[in-house]
Design a protein around this ligand. Structure first.
Ligand code: SF4
Ligand code: MG
Length: 332
């Protein structure tokens, strides 16, 4: 079997004073070895929280309520904290938007990577230093012998993200989770980091989950995409499915908001209007209904079913069921 990860009906809620915030509602997907999946959605869509569940790092007062997360042969939701610690950093690596918050300012970057190698490998001091130099070369940090002895503040934003990537890759993880890794960087550096991740994916055949609010970035490195809205995956499919045959009005809205490469200054993005969903009292029917141009009566009443467009391409929207229904009527 070439499946690395299988997430089934995952549900995560935050129990706050105001009530239960249903951050992730029945999310399911799978990921093969060496495959890269993008998770796209606006903030609060559940894209980060659903991925933190894979690392066992859902912040308080969050809780996995339901579902399973099978990583190879084990269900992560059933692991003890000790087993989770082993998995984290060794089999699953993660990089975040702001590398400064994940690096300790008082230790050299080399010693921080060394910590992880000490924890997860049997390498001796010499071998670990060799490995760190190798990692720096892999992520494009020049003069590694000198750089590993420096502190985080001696690196630029883009270089710090390279250090984080080196750290995440130290123990050869099978899965890398990248949570908006380029959002804080300027456009040129952003492109360089994307290029690096793309190279690494090919070189070391690792699986990647790439979380972003920017659908444009996804096409560069991902094989497939899950679009999240209000805690649900509302559409998923291959890059081609999502970019050339989108079936959900929200996906269509996201595609329209991608800046065009040669757009002149007057060509404005078309944002999707309306407010994010109240996750304590989500709408009875389709969560996107209040913002949807295609909303019908049934959309306000009932949650749309997951509709299989074709193998690997699914979307949850009443329009599809209607299309299907109309096709059947026509065929009579
Ligand atoms: Fe719009 Fe209805 Fe489809 Fe929801 S189910 S996206 S409201 S058409
Ligand atoms: Mg986030």
């Amino acid at each position: 079997d070439d499946t690395l990860l299988k997430v089934n009906d995952l549900e995560v809620s935050f129990f706050t004073h105001a009530g239960e915030v249903k951050a992730v509602r029945k999310v399911s997907y799978d990921l093969k070895y060496g495959e890269a999946m993008g998770i796209v959605g606006e903030s609060g869509s559940g894209k980060s929280v659903s991925s933190y569940a894979l690392m066992g790092i859902i912040p308080e007062p969050g809780k996995i309520l339901n579902g399973s997360i099978n990583f190879e042969d084990k269900d992560i939701t059933k692991l003890s904290e000790a087993e989770m610690l082993k998995l984290r950093g060794k089999e699953v690596g993660m990089i975040f938007q702001d590398p400064m918050t994940s690096l300790n300012p008082v230790f050299t970057v080399g010693s921080q990577i060394d910590e992880s190698l000490k924890k997860h490998t049997n390498l001796d001091k010499k071998e670990r230093e060799k490995r760190i130099i190798e990692l720096f070369e892999l992520v494009g940090i020049n003069q590694p012998e000198k750089r590993l002895k420096q502190y985080p503040h001696e690196f630029s934003g883009g270089m710090r993200q390279r250090v984080m990537i080196a750290m995440a890759l130290a123990c050869n993880p099978k899965l890398l989770i990248a949570d908006e890794p380029t959002t804080a960087l300027d456009v040129t550096i952003q492109a360089q980091i994307i290029e690096l991740l793309k190279e690494l994916k090919e070189k070391i055949n690792m699986s990647i989950i790439f979380i972003t609010h920017d659908l444009g970035v996804i096409s560069e490195i991902c094989d497939k995409v899950a679009v999240m809205y209000a805690g649900n995956i509302i559409e998923r499919g291959s890059i081609d499915d999502i970019f050339y045959n989108p079936k959900h009005p929200y996906t269509l809205g996201l595609l329209k908001s991608i800046p065009k490469i040669n757009a002149d200054e007057h060509e404005r993005l078309i944002p999707i209007e309306g407010n994010p969903v109240d996750l304590i009292n989500p709408p009875k029917g389709c969560a996107f209904a209040p913002r949807c141009d295609y909303c019908m009566n049934i959309c306000m009443e009932k949650v749309p079913p997951v509709y299989s467009v074709e193998k690997g391409h699914e979307s949850s929207c009443w329009l599809l069921v209607k299309e299907e229904f109309e096709r059947e009527v026509k065929a009579l």
